[in-house]
Design a protein around this ligand. Structure first.
Ligand code: G3P
Ligand code: CA
Length: 311
């Protein structure tokens, strides 16, 4: 009740009165400006002031964790031209059917949907000059920048579709943990989160690592009971902003259960219906709901907003 009253009062306050500093989590890098999950997009996110940079991870045929959002390659690379005939019967070119050496030959461009730019107005969709990074390479870039700039930017790794990887006979969580441990990410105090939509995978991870875990949620069940349940195996919850808009009380329930709340995805060029500016979107979730961090394609705008609150 106290939190609810406090939240209502904060709605009435002018900018500059919010107490906490929410995390700016660069969603697939600075993906509003450069093709997602490429090293330039990571460097840009870093320079724009992200606190954490997100990596979606899948495995190659030779079990190397690479940074790629989809299980398949054709939505962001030229795989269909370079490897004709290598699609499965469903028409998709699965990363897990390609060796790292083969994936290194691919060129990455802006995400396509039905052959067209998924986000018109972003980086030109016909410019394919970038590459698919491994998780290790992306970590080396972030850690290198931490050293050269004196920064402390963290990583925020998502295991994509563990059920698919298990069906392919892979030890997906183990392959990812091996890389994280090799680069010094081991404990709850390290600048790392592991996120997943799959509860069973998070419960498995809870028993095998001290790294903080985040339950991603894309269903409507945002209840206090769900928050309590998640708190039994994870340190955070990542709900989709669409459902959280309708159930803002979940933020208080989750925080009272001890969870961080990091909703996704905040995009200046794809605002939810009824929201007329990116600032209004951030006001709703950061100033009013007081979430603990946001996944954003626009780290620059979000950094500026968050910094303005603490002035
Ligand atoms: O991981 C948070 C958010 O990225 C989940 O959605 O599909 O963009 O990975 P997706
Ligand atoms: Ca993700």
């Amino acid at each position: 009740m106290i939190r609810i009253l406090a939240t209502m009062m904060l709605c009435l306050l002018p900018a500059g009165h919010v107490l906490a500093q929410p995390l700016v989590i660069a969603h697939r890098g600075a993906s509003a400006y450069l093709p997602e999950h490429t090293l330039p997009a990571v460097a840009m996110a870093y320079a724009q002031g992200a606190d954490y940079i997100e990596q979606d991870v899948v495995l190659t045929r030779d079990d190397v964790p690479i940074v790629l959002h989809d299980l398949y390659l054709e939505t962001t690379t030229d795989v269909a031209e370079r490897f004709p005939g290598r699609a499965r019967d469903d028409g998709h070119y699965y990363a897990i059917d390609f060796s790292l050496a083969e994936i290194r030959t691919l060129r990455v461009g802006e995400r396509r949907k039905n052959g067209e730019a998924a986000f018109p107005g972003r980086f030109p969709v016909d410019v394919n000059i970038l590459r698919v990074p491994t998780l290790a390479e992306e970590i080396e870039l972030i850690q290198g920048l931490n050293q050269s700039t004196g920064g402390d930017v963290g990583i925020y790794v998502e295991l994509k579709q563990p059920g698919f990887h298990a069906a392919e006979g892979r030890s997906f969580p183990a392959s990812v943990l091996q890389i994280l441990y090799a680069y010094g990410y081991r404990g709850a105090d390290d600048r790392v989160f592991l996120q997943c939509f799959d509860e069973a995978t998070l419960r498995f991870l809870k028993d095998h690592t001290e790294i903080r875990l985040v339950q991603l949620i894309e269903d409507k069940a945002l209840t206090a009971a769900r928050a309590q349940q998640i708190a039994g195996y994870a340190q955070g919850a990542g709900p989709w902003i669409g459902f959280l808009t309708d159930q803002p009380e979940f933020v208080v329930a989750a925080q009272e259960a001890g969870l961080l709340v990091h909703p996704f995805t905040f995009r200046a060029d794809a605002l939810p219906r009824g929201v007329n500016s990116y600032r209004a979107l951030l006001d709703r979730f950061i100033r009013n709901m007081q979430v603990d961090g946001v996944f954003t394609d626009n780290p620059d705008l979000t950094r500026r907003y968050v910094d303005s609150l603490s002035r």
